[in-house]
Design a protein around this ligand. Sequence first.
Ligand code: 2AM
Length: 180
Amino acid sequence: MPEKTATTKNARVFFALWPNVATRSRLFKISKQLPDNQGRLIGAENLHLTLCFIGEIDQMQLQVFTRAAEDVISEPFALALDRLGYFARTRVLWLGSDHTPAALLALVKNLNKTLRHCGYKSETRPFKPHVTLMRKARPLATLPDFKPVSWNIIGFVLAQSLLQQTGVCYRILKEYKFAC
Ligand code: 2AM
């Protein structure tokens, strides 16, 4: 059926910061310190920080966005993940930063601007950098103490979200490294 063919050729994608193995393991250590409040912990391999959520696009758009993001430049920077928080609307427990680095805001701004030139309708809500640690979580009365994570950001990725029988998994489609 024509609709089915179109759907299989589409991809649900987003740009994100993706931790390396060492950072991922530090992040997951924090996840494991969260009290069991009947939420669903995000697996270590799925931890990331979304910069720009694109959504479902066709292969032609995907090619255009993939190429356009090569023009987004940034210096490497450090991101201190030192704050736990809760989004009540989406019931997400997250790890974020008390002070968003200017370089991160500039990166997101540049990415949005570059993609807008290619037809992307950018997010109107303010950017709230966070790594989702737990979904379907209840609010916690007290948040656990934890060791903040210093994450060295040397690039970003384009990732695809795939719904499998075991749940959502992500595939890195392209890595973008900053020039040092
Ligand atoms: P979340 O972790 O806060 O839910 C892949 O789905 C990534 O894109 C997740 O990090 C998710 O953020 C984010 N995401 C999913 N749907 C989104 C939407 N409609 N708008 C913005 N970000 C979204």
